[in-house]
Design a protein around this ligand. Sequence first.
Ligand SMILES: Nc1ncnc2c1ncn2[C@@H]1O[C@H](COP(=O)(O)OP(=O)(O)OP(=O)(O)O)[C@@H](O)[C@H]1O
Length: 609
Amino acid sequence: MSTLLRNRSTTAKVIAVAAIAVAAWFLPYGLDGYGIHVVNIAVVFALLAVGLGLAMGVAGQINLAQVAFFGIGSYALAIFTTSSGLGVWVSAVLAMLATALAGLFVGIPALRVQSHYLGIVTLGLALAFTNWVTNAQIAGGASGINGIPAPPLFGIDLTNEYLYYYFELIVFGLAIAFAGFLVRTALGRRLRAIRDDSLAAGSVGAPVSLLRMTAFLTASVYGGAAGVLYAGLIHYIAPESFSVANMFLLLAMVIIGGRQSIVGCVIGAIALSLVREALVDFSVYAQLGYGTVVVLMVVFAPTGLAGLPQRIRAAVQRRRRRQAGVLREFRPYERATGRVASGSLEISGITKRFKGLRALDDVTLSVAPGEIRGIVGPNGSGKTTLFNVISGIYTTGGGTASFSGRPLIGQRPHQLSRQGMSRTFQNLRLFGQMTVEENLLVALDRTPMRSAWQYVVWPIGIWRHERRLRRAAAELLDRFGLTDFADAAPRSLPYGIQRRVELARAMAAEPSLLLLDEPAAGLNGQEVGQLREIVRSIRDSGVTVVLIEHNMGLVMSLCDRVTVLASGRVIAEGTPAEVAVQPEVIEAYLGDSFSTAEVVEAVETEALQ
Ligand SMILES: Nc1ncnc2c1ncn2[C@@H]1O[C@H](COP(=O)(O)OP(=O)(O)OP(=O)(O)O)[C@@H](O)[C@H]1O
């Protein structure tokens, strides 16, 4: 998108937000007592839905415990104010802390399970909560807790629902602004990256486990805030407000509105809160209706109402066959001066078994800093498994390995990425629901998770960091000739461009060791030539490159040395010319697919260049 278009779209958004804020401010003037009550409840649900959207839509963590977070916030406020006699504000802070702790607890299973398993576990925890409050004396059992006070606020009477509305509106406005800021900046991008592809996110330095916990923590804080607001509004709470039926209503709000969009979650929550109120006398049919609409949305509009404009735009562009832009030439890196000191790789006696299968069998290899090493071998010979072991995705069954002199076994992918290891994948693993620029931004962000505290106390620091990241992304897009595709969805691009994006993303992490898994797969002859020049430039800039490839012309013309694997064992190693004429290599791999004459020709051509 051009700067002009971006500016126009930002102006349009600012005008829309201002118009909505003004309308929200004057809304109570047209409402009677019942109407304002319904709106107040809708705002609480909107806050709750935004929390769920952040965990589920943004971070991809199925969370069916959101209504339990809501309940914990409400019950904690109720218990602290009525039984313990604490002030409302102190109770509200304690209630939020209690909910945040619950969020961290509920998030623990996410470290081990994902997808529907996570849904079942979190639903179980939500049910356990409802059962507990129904039976616990301190929670008032089935009849709940009465007499919860409204918060005192500079003498303003917040028992008046009209005034309470403005109080809610301010809290809600802040919560929405924070959610929007989070989603559009570094932490939100990392959350979206783990949603799209947690393996790739780890490989570009995103600490997946911590991010999953962050997602649950954020959802719980929003849930807790909604709970506190609800208890302060209603002054009475009972278990049925936090039932599984309400969890599914909340889920319907988020799915119908659009779980990946904060605005979508708000629209879904407000719309369904109003519909629920209108259909209060037909609640059984209403449940069926929500279920039907959810199914239809999941099938026909998985991005919900909020995603419709984007889908329509994409469809129109496809119909018009509009070309997204032009892939420009790669601009080579500066050559490194002097000897390259880091990026070495030492592997000794590595073994990896999958049940009975020995995918790697006593593999030993040594890659010098600044070298381009080719790894070749027949299908299933263990090449990708070797990369997965090196990059921390797989554990090993034995052996040692070090990278730039530091042991690498036992380290997580994001830790290795931080130490300077970067990789691409055989089957492109781009973050599919993020733009090309965002793909690069995730990898460019090298800040540790602990700096996320800035989101709460020093957002300006986040903003400055964001500006630096965006400048670096623009520079990287330009270097890789991808500027025209900055705002494109990766999947909308031709395969060759996607491969280039993945390479740029790997380089965004400024690695000293780059692992490329079949980078030429699916490329045409011209693109393979461009790839050769890019990889050479990367190496000349001081990066060690290890390359798995079946394109023997590329391997022979690019690599300094080649290691040949067969059935998980190293069967040969040497310069391309040495390896290509070894009988066991010809027998195990080169065979019919690549004649010795072709190898020699490729090597000679390379020598002449
Ligand atoms: N996660 C896994 N679970 C079980 N077996 C696996 C797993 N990953 C790889 N394997 C097996 O290990 C062996 C080596 O696989 P690997 O993908 O490393 O081979 P490769 O040399 O990269 O093959 P290709 O050239 O086809 O990509 C194969 O027999 C494969 O089926």
